[in-house]
Design a protein around this ligand. Structure first.
Ligand SMILES: Nc1ncnc2c1ncn2[C@@H]1O[C@H](COP(=O)(O)OP(=O)(O)O)[C@@H](O)[C@H]1O
Ligand SMILES: Nc1ncnc2c1ncn2[C@H]1C[C@H](O)[C@@H](COP(=O)(O)OP(=O)(O)O)O1
Ligand SMILES: [Mg+2]
Length: 194
């Protein structure tokens, strides 16, 4: 375990592609000053750097598949340590995407205090992603890749929610509602933490 992070307040933000994780995390940052680390954003930054590793990552993400666990966990850990002296808490957005990722995170970093389960219907997620795709420039916001990401979400990521439900740290957030109404539910869950 990283010593600098042993008392860190950690919130996992889990939900399907396009469910609204990033949108809610932005609002949490604005109100609570937490550090927002999106695994997808960290990976896209590596791609943008033009490195050899970035090229390999880009190919995986374009197919809607998961990148290797060690790569993403190392990136998150490094980013957490960089903020350890100033962070009030961490929003880990888009991770864990499979149970194994959760287990490894806890071994190498620490345990989450809360899991925000951002829930929306498949139909809603597809609609939002197609719309986001008009402007996002993301290689994975296209119909074919969206379908693969959704399938993988239901297969690999939903079990993560069941895993943490047993520990009583999951708060389900109805993300079908308008953004501010979703955030009202999110606020209650974060306030319970204090
Ligand atoms: N509650 C909501 N109602 C309507 N649209 C939303 C809502 N939450 C997010 N969106 C829109 O859906 C898209 C995906 O949201 P985003 O936060 O990027 O999701 P994720 O990070 O889970 O993939 C964005 O274009 C966002 O503006
Ligand atoms: N924890 C993780 N493990 C493996 N691959 C990940 C990952 N987080 C992100 N990726 C890769 C695969 C995803 O399809 C892609 C985009 O992730 P994302 O930006 O979190 O998507 P979204 O916010 O739409 O859910 O990056
Ligand atoms: Mg996102």
């Amino acid at each position: 375990m990283a010593d600098k992070l042993k008392d860190a307040k950690i919130v996992f933000v889990v939900g399907g592609p396009g469910s609204g994780k990033g949108t809610q995390c932005e609002k949490i940052v604005a109100k609570y000053g937490y550090t927002h680390l999106s695994s997808g954003d960290l990976l896209r930054a590596e791609v943008a750097s033009g490195s050899e590793r970035g090229k390999q990552l880009q190919a995986i993400m374009q197919k809607g598949e998961l990148v290797p666990l060690d790569t993403v966990l190392d990136m998150i850990k490094e980013a957490m340590i960089a903020k350890a002296d100033v962070s009030k808490g961490y929003l880990i957005d888009g991770y864990p995407r499979e149970v194994k990722q959760g287990e490894e995170f806890e071994k190498k970093i620490g345990a989450p205090a809360l899991l925000l389960y951002v829930d929306a219907k498949a139909e809603t997620m597809v609609k939002r992603l197609m719309k986001r795709g008009e402007t996002s420039g993301r290689a994975d916001d296209n119909e074919e890749t969206i379908k693969k990401r959704l399938d993988l979400y239901y297969k690999a990521t939903e079990p993560v929610i069941a895993y943490y439900e047993k520990r009583g740290i999951v708060r389900k957030i109805n993300s079908e509602l308008p953004v501010d109404e979703v955030f009202a539910i999110v606020e209650k869950a974060i306030d319970e933490l204090k």
